[in-house]
Design a protein around this ligand. Structure first.
Ligand code: ZN
Ligand code: ZN
Length: 173
């Protein structure tokens, strides 16, 4: 693991903050392409940006409402749709750790791989030169103009693997 070229960016708590990955500024990207943001949309975009991790639509709604009570579910979906269409956010299912929920995150400068711990639910993000290489290779052999690549790995995180924890996050619900 240590010599595999993988760089883990997670911390020891089941949170995704402070992982050091460079997230693109959603507000800047939208404003520079002339998108007018209402106060509700701005609250949503800023919350998504500040989360620096993976939020589902209801988590995003809850956070945005604390700042702007008039944000509603429809605005959440419309805003996520706008961000997705512009390639500014990625949509993930994170190995369906929590059912059918989808998670959103601001695109990072460098693509990363998600490791989902099926025991504690922790999500780690790793980058790898091999991942970058794989995309190059796909382009070379297929001529495919890649816009998005997603790689999710399910298993047990370092802590759970050490504990021999076999309980799954799904089993706890
Ligand atoms: Zn774990
Ligand atoms: Zn991520």
């Amino acid at each position: 693991m240590r010599n595999s070229g993988l760089a883990a960016t997670g911390s020891q708590v089941p949170k995704e903050n402070g992982n050091g990955l460079n997230r693109k500024s959603l507000l800047e990207a939208l404003e520079s392409s002339g998108v007018r943001l209402t106060a509700q949309r701005r609250a949503l975009v800023e919350e998504l940006q500040n989360a620096e991790g993976h939020l589902d639509a209801s988590g995003l709604l809850e956070r945005a409402r604390r700042r702007n009570a008039s944000v509603d579910r429809a605005t959440v979906y419309r805003t996520l749709d706008l961000l997705k269409k512009r390639g500014l956010v990625d949509e993930l299912d994170l190995m369906h750790l929590h059912g059918e929920k989808h998670y959103y995150e601001a695109r990072t400068g460098r693509d990363h791989i998600h490791l989902a711990c099926l025991s504690c639910g922790r999500i780690e993000e790793v980058t790898s030169p091999l991942y970058d290489e794989l995309k190059k290779q796909i382009r070379a052999v297929s001529g495919f103009a890649i816009e998005v690549v997603r790689l999710e790995v399910g298993g047990r995180c370092r802590v759970c693997a050490r504990k021999g924890n076999l309980k799954t996050a799904k089993g706890k619900q």
